[in-house]
Design a protein around this ligand. Sequence first.
Ligand code: 5GP
Length: 192
Amino acid sequence: MSHLQALRLMPAQQLEVHGKRFRLFLPRHEIARCVRHLAERIQADYAGKELTCVVVLKGAFIFAADLLRELSLPCRVEMVRAQSYGMQMHSSGTIHLEPAQLDLRNRHVLVIEDIVDTGLTLQALVAQLHAQHPASLHIVALLAKPPAQTLSVPLTYVGKHIPPVFVIGYGMDYAEAGRTLPDIYAVDEHLS
Ligand code: 5GP
């Protein structure tokens, strides 16, 4: 099945993706408000510093593009690839990082993540980045689910805390479908 066939628009702000029903969860204007608010906080906290942003692909690419354009700070941008969910809706707990090595020594690193669920991905990622001796390391996530609050790595900036629902859109996919939707949709378990 092609990715276009995988996604079907439906009435009443619903979508069907790979046979699962999704409902509108966060419209674009609310996402934009979250992003602006995060940018204001980051701008204030990093005033006078140069940032090195580490964007976690693929899911964070749209969030990062919007967030970074709201910041007027000197900023280097690195991209890393962490293992994705594939056809599953739960974290596998293992990540393979690419590239494994970045030039982070003495840099103020801000990891840009789309969504944190169990935090297993982020914990593994942060351990690998810490080993590269940054001057500081903080995390910004657009969305965080409840388990994220018990993480051993604190999320410095969270756009919105959400219930434990599976979401797509604004960079986030379900088996590569739905990533380019401008709004965020949540799976409707009752209808799927
Ligand atoms: P964690 O390791 O925190 O459980 O999961 C982190 C990664 O899993 C995120 O970077 C994201 O790629 C993916 N993920 C977690 N929750 C969701 C979700 O609700 N929707 C989508 N599309 N991906 C998710």
